[in-house]
Design a protein around this ligand. Structure first.
Ligand SMILES: [Fe+2]
Ligand SMILES: [Fe+2]
Length: 278
């Protein structure tokens, strides 16, 4: 179990530069895995803005000073994630991938459709997707094969983002649990997770497929096979993320049930010695 006392939420300020010399197919597991991560990155700026707004909406109803502090840390971290992924996404654009259609499609989700939902469900949706990101983050931080020997700046951005996702993994959930305790809150968050599991899987696969088409790899059978092995075989990133979804349906679930303190301690030290020191 993660210890809340260890979960200081620190917005860090890296400044990544993605230059022209970086290869378009940056992930060592091949084009399908590269485009999977790229599709995620394209969803982050709008998606994370939505998460922050969903949590901030309830700020005035929170009285616990520690939770208020955590909300500020969460909002600060997500805002910087959005900015850095905008730079990453501009680099994708400069490499010839048409990113605008995906960004427009993403805007139809978080920025338009989801905002019509009652605020309770906007927050439940945020909790669901924050659980997904926390599970991904755990894989990136614990599994050296998740990023393999990708170029350093690309390993850095995904590792830094994963570290901060692990640090703030409980914030949206704690706000939700404070405001919507009991069975009604449980049912709303469970139904939302069931829907978002399908939505997130479908949307990510669609984004990845579109980028494979853009990169000329749509019919590259080897790339898809390598991608399938990466996600479902070894290291099995998607399989392991999905393995962490059923626990969300337990009435007693809390994001800190999964202990990630050792990982956050390790990668905080890494950040301090590398990116912060530069
Ligand atoms: Fe983030
Ligand atoms: Fe997050």
């Amino acid at each position: 179990m993660s210890d809340p006392a260890q979960q200081t939420i620190t917005p860090r300020h890296p400044d990544f530069t993605f230059d022209d010399n970086l290869p378009l197919n940056w992930h060592p597991a091949g084009p399908a895995v590269t485009q999977f991560y790229n599709a995620l990155s394209l969803s982050f700026p709008e998606g994370e803005r939505f998460f922050v707004d969903a949590v901030k909406h309830y700020r005035n109803q929170i009285t616990d000073p520690q939770l208020l502090k955590d909300v500020r840390g969460f909002a600060g971290q997500e805002a910087i994630h959005s900015n850095e992924h905008v730079s990453f996404n501009k680099w994708l654009d400069s490499k010839g991938l048409k990113t605008k259609p995906i960004e427009r499609a993403v805007r139809m989700g978080p920025a338009v459709t989801f905002r019509w939902l009652p605020h309770k469900y906007q927050l439940a949706l945020t909790c669901a997707l924050e659980h997904f990101t926390a599970l991904f983050a755990e894989q990136i931080l614990s599994n050296p094969e998740a990023l393999g020997d990708a170029p350093q700046v690309l390993k850095d951005i995904w590792t830094w983002h994963a570290l901060e996702e692990s640090e703030h993994k409980a914030v949206a959930f704690d706000v939700y649990a404070t405001l919507f305790p009991g069975w009604r809150g449980y049912i709303a968050r469970s139904v939302t997770m069931a829907i978002m599991t399908v939505d997130f899987t479908f949307a990510t696969l669609l984004g990845q497929t579109y980028l494979m088409y853009q990169a000329g790899d749509l019919w590259n059978g080897k790339a898809w096979r390598d991608g399938f092995k990466y996600q479902m075989g070894t290291p099995g990133i998607w399989r392991k993320v999905m393995g962490g979804i059923p626990e969300y349906f337990k009435p007693s679930f809390h994001p800190n049930d999964r202990s990630t303190d050792e990982l956050t301690t390790k990668w905080r030290a890494w950040y301090a010695q590398t990116l912060q020191a530069n």
